[in-house]
Design a protein around this ligand. Sequence first.
Ligand code: GDP
Ligand code: ZN
Length: 351
Amino acid sequence: MHLPDVGFTPELREQFEQYEQEDVVAARIGAEHRGSYVAMTESGDVTATVTGRMRHDALGRDELPAVGDWIALQIVGPDQGQVRAILPRRSSLVRKVAGLESEGQVIAANVDLVMVAAGLDDRPNLRRIERYLTVAWDSGALPVVVLTKADLCDDVDDAIHEVEAIAPGAEVMAVSNTTGTGIEAIAARIGPGTTAAILGPSGVGKSSLINALMGSEVMTVQEVRWDGKGRHTTTHRELIVLPNGGCLIDTPGMRELQLWDSDGLGSTFSDISDLAEQCRFRDCTHTHEPGCAVVAATEDGTLGAGRLASYRKQERELDAMARRKDKRLALEARKKWKQMGKEGKARARIR
Ligand code: GDP
Ligand code: ZN
């Protein structure tokens, strides 16, 4: 495997240099399962683990390796390695950790393109596409909306236009995984060195799209690996290398996403942010204020009421998430001070 083809840029090479040693190589995380990782290296896959120290020092889950991460990997045995460092991420898809109130988890790192998939077997669910777009913009990668099952739709152009209207700044493409229409155009966006991730609810044709891009049934193929403890483990690759060298990430965690950070909101709804700049009051809530450009746009029909409602709903959710994060940070800070207080008292006693 040629590392630049799978996204190892000159910047990453430079960042890697400080770790370079005879037994330390650059690698990309291809999958994660039960605390160990599949690390892809120039000379093949290695089972990688994280040292107890790295796990202990990590302040949050986002400081542990994630699929798509570039790492400095120390080779410790045949096909065995230990993660020495995670190289800085240029983008990351983050989701809320299931169960915990306000911890984020990186589910895909160093992604260039996020494909938001929706099926044309039904009218596109615009509100759902907007949610995925917020997550996509927030990652730092460029979103593309991929409308699948074009073969089941009578007026594909109409559907594309409808989605384009709610996806400012994002390209909207239609494909059929069945007939192959549009697959080439998507493959062309994921050239060597590019990493794409695919988001979307179950059943929209994500696995079929991956198979179509691969030209084979990769999604049903399972690899058998040796885990070093005398057991065979069956692993499912989450980062797939396309025939031309581009990469595609599909992790189970990306299929259902909850909004996490509000950085993406303004991009998803850039039409509303642009209007808001013309409101008479800077702190306009776009509800009852005189001279509100947003309300005016809904009245003259240039802004759909559904889209404004969708914006408000996402904004409310993100506000609530921000409050929970603040609360958690405050709790963590208090815990730290308490701990330092105890240590201080212990030191005082020794003296
Ligand atoms: P996933 O859950 O998003 O991975 O969706 P799958 O790839 O498993 O596809 C769900 C169903 O939709 C399967 O029955 C596929 O055969 C079907 N499907 C996927 N893509 C297309 C398409 O482009 N056209 C048609 N007609 N069916 C499709
Ligand atoms: Zn306003």
